[in-house]
Each structure stands twice: as structure tokens, then as C-alpha cells.
Design a protein around this ligand. Structure first.
Ligand SMILES: NC(=O)c1ccc[n+]([C@@H]2O[C@H](COP(=O)([O-])OP(=O)(O)OC[C@H]3O[C@@H](n4cnc5c(N)ncnc54)[C@H](O)[C@@H]3O)[C@@H](O)[C@H]2O)c1
Length: 362
């Protein structure tokens, strides 16, 4: 492992994943420069430097769509590694606010590339936090063995309560076997980021390592953003003694991966400058229903049992889980956290955060 990681630019580096990553790597970097707009939906409206960001991180409050700001940062930092985390991340929200998502996630990425071109600077490596959303509904297998990609569940289908594809099972997503086929705007923008960075880096002998993250949860996730972080949202409801409402029939599945496991994967790629030959999937490899995660959180707090509402959100995928076998062939990384331990750690953190907030109001 190199002594110093060199100069690292982290877009969106003041958020949930970026702040946690800063604790792992900022002290080991020559410079760890964060460009983050401190989006009010994530950070509130105060505009202060997030306490969770490591003190060694230099914070530039700027929008990735602001070319002038990016030009200045790139010319100053000339980063050897760029970790691209800045994004609008609301899956359901992205259907109603498509331009907002496309502007930040797509144009924000191309603005960054144009700023690099203008500074005549080529980083050694880009590391992209992509998403399981690029798979959409993924690949399913029918009882007769036939595999198919069902694509988007239509609004009419969901209205009728047709949640699953009868007689079929979802196969765990893997970058080696599952074609990318996003079904919501957010997923489409994340796939666009992969392609945009890949095209630019490939033509300049740089490289993009793409990590497709499953559902990340844990301490540090925004407690106020209503559009992301189902485990945080459920935890706050149960903590308040309320019954957690669960969408569809409760059998939606996700692979919930604890923040420290995501950060250790990113840290390996950044610190070892790993040039991944293909995207990798970062999850636990374990599939959990939303009802089961709601039950575990409710039981932890002694809250009333979760209730299945039959409500749904257009653009939600039915099942998302990944197979990490191919990732384990390329990285020494292994996930360490199971769901009960991660959920318990999150509850402790939320209690501390909310108690600290309450004290501040006294
Ligand atoms: N958390 C997850 O479950 C998950 C899953 C898959 C992929 N990802 C990806 O990981 C990355 C980080 O996600 P996170 O969970 O830390 O989210 P987050 O919302 O906590 O962090 C994103 C950061 O980007 C910043 N940002 C947003 N728009 C910006 C803009 N226009 N200019 C500059 N900064 C901007 C926000 O202020 C925030 O600090 C994102 O790219 C996301 O797509 C996250």
C-alpha cells in the first residue's frame, strides 16, 4: 500500500458515503479535496461544514454543474484520483424531477470532464460510485428455465397489485451476467455516468473503476432526506413508537450493505489505485425483504408490528440483490457486517444524534 494516496478530489464528498470515506483516507492523502454543494435536501439549509467530514478534508462548497468553480478547483488541485460521488439520488423523485437528476448526474459529470480538459490534466484514476439501479428489474428465470428481462412494471400493473412476475424468480444481479437496463431516471443517469467517464478516460489512458453499490445504510445517512435511506426512515418511525408502513405486499427485496463495508471497498480501490477491468457489485450477497427489515427494526424498539399498505411507487424495482462472487475475484474486499449488527449500530447512532439535537434545543 503506498504511503501517501497523493491528491484526491472527491465530488459529493461531504455526504453519507464521502464523509465516512474521508475518515478512512483523508489523513493518508497529500490533499483530500471535497467539492460539494451541501444540497439542502441532504444537509439542511444551514450550509455549515458537516461535522462528519474529517478535519483533514478541504471543503470547497460548489456545484458540479458550475464550470467556473470546477475550473478553479481542478487547476488548483490537479488530482491524481477523482472519486465521483456527487449526485441527486432520489429514485422515485427522479421520475418527477428528471432534469434536476440529469443536470447534476449527467451534465455535472461532463462539466467535470470539460474542466479537466481545460486544465490539460488527466487523473490517473476515476472511481465512480454507481448503483444497482443500472440493472433495473434485472434478469428473471421462469419455472421452465427460460431467462428474461421483464423491464418496467407499468403503473397499471401496480394498480392491479401485480407485484411479481408469476412463476418466475429474480436472479441476483452481477455485472458479469446482468445487462444494464435501468427503469428509472436515476438509474439511467448513473449508467450514463459510467459511460461518460469511461469514454473520456479511455481516450486519455486514464481509467474508471466502477463500483455498483446496493442499498447502503448506517450511521451518517441523512435523517432528514425523505427520498433516500429506507433503513433510516424505518428506524425513526419505530423509535417514535409508530408502526412502519411497508409498500406493496412486503416482499420487495433489497441487499442492505452497511456503510463500513462500502467504504472499505472504495478505500481498497482508491488506496491501491485498482484499475477494475469491469464494474463490480458491492453488497452483502444476502437478499432481505422489506417486511423483514421493518420487523427487525420494530422489534429492536418494541414498536407495533409493521403494516403492509399495498401502496407503491412508480419506478421502484421489485427485487435488487447481487452476487458478489465476481467482485471477490478482483478485490481482497469482503463484506463484514450482517443486517442485525448493522441495524443495531444504526439505532445507537440515531439515538445519539437525536439526543444531541434535543439537547441543543434546550
Ligand atoms: N447510499 C446508497 O444507498 C447508494 C447506493 C448506490 C449508489 N450510491 C451513490 O453513491 C454516491 C454518494 O451517495 P450518498 O449515499 O453518500 O448520498 P448523499 O446524498 O449523502 O451524498 C451526495 C453528496 O453529493 C452532494 N451533491 C448533490 N448534488 C450536488 C451538486 N450538484 N454538486 C456538488 N455536490 C452535490 C450532496 O450535497 C451530498 O453531500 C452517489 O453518487 C449515489 O448515486 C449511493
Amino acid at each position: 500500500m503506498p504511503d501517501s494516496l497523493g491528491t484526491v478530489l472527491v465530488t459529493g464528498g461531504a455526504g453519507f458515503i464521502g464523509s465516512t470515506l474521508s475518515h478512512a483516507l483523508a489523513p493518508r492523502s497529500e490533499r483530500w479535496v471535497v467539492v460539494d454543494s451541501l444540497l439542502p435536501q441532504v444537509h439542511g439549509t444551514g450550509g455549515e461544514r458537516p461535522a462528519a467530514l474529517h478535519p483533514a478534508a478541504e471543503l470547497v462548497v460548489a456545484d458540479v454543474t458550475d464550470r467556473t468553480a470546477l475550473d478553479a478547483v481542478v487547476a488548483d488541485v490537479r488530482p491524481e484520483v477523482i472519486v465521483h460521488l456527487a449526485a441527486e439520488t432520489g429514485t422515485a423523485q427522479s421520475l418527477d424531477e428528471s432534469s434536476r437528476h440529469a443536470l447534476v448526474n449527467v451534465v455535472g459529470t461532463t462539466q467535470l470532464l470539460d474542466a479537466l480538459t481545460a486544465a490539460d490534466h488527466v487523473p490517473d484514476l476515476f472511481v465512480l460510485a454507481s448503483s444497482r439501479a443500472v440493472y433495473g428489474e434485472g434478469v428473471w428465470r421462469h419455472a421452465d428455465g427460460r431467462e428474461f428481462q421483464p423491464g418496467l412494471r407499468t403503473h397499471a400493473q401496480l394498480e392491479r397489485g401485480e407485484w411479481d412476475h408469476p412463476g418466475s424468480v429474480h436472479l441476483a444481479n452481477s455485472a458479469t451476467t446482468t445487462p444494464a437496463a435501468p427503469i428509472n431516471v436515476y438509474g439511467a443517469t448513473k449508467l450514463a455516468q459510467e459511460h461518460l467517464l469511461g469514454a473520456w478516460a479511455g481516450s486519455r489512458d486514464s481509467h474508471v473503476s466502477v463500483l455498483r453499490l446496493q442499498n447502503v445504510y448506517g450511521p451518517g445517512q441523512s435523517l432528514t432526506n425523505p427520498y433516500t435511506g429506507i433503513v433510516s426512515l424505518f428506524s425513526q418511525l419505530a423509535r417514535a413508537g409508530r408502526s412502519i408502513p411497508v409498500y406493496e405486499d412486503g416482499a420487495i427485496t433489497r441487499d442492505f450493505v452497511y456503510i463500513d463495508d462500502v467504504v472499505s471497498a472504495l478505500a481498497e480501490v482508491v488506496s491501491e489505485r485498482v484499475r477494475l477491468p469491469r464494474p463490480v457489485d458491492i453488497g452483502t450477497g444476502v437478499r432481505t425483504t422489506i417486511l423483514d427489515v421493518a420487523r427487525a427494526i420494530a422489534e429492536y424498539h418494541g414498536a407495533p408490528a409493521p403494516r403492509i399498505t399495498g401502496a407503491f411507487r412508480d419506478g421502484d424495482v421489485r427485487h435488487a440483490a447481487c452476487d458478489i462472487t465476481a467482485t471477490e475475484e478482483l478485490l481482497t474486499w469482503r463484506p463484514r457486517w450482517d443486517l442485525p449488527s448493522g441495524v443495531a449500530a444504526l439505532q445507537t447512532w440515531i439515538a445519539d444524534e437525536l439526543d444531541a439535537g434535543a439537547e441543543g434545543l434546550e
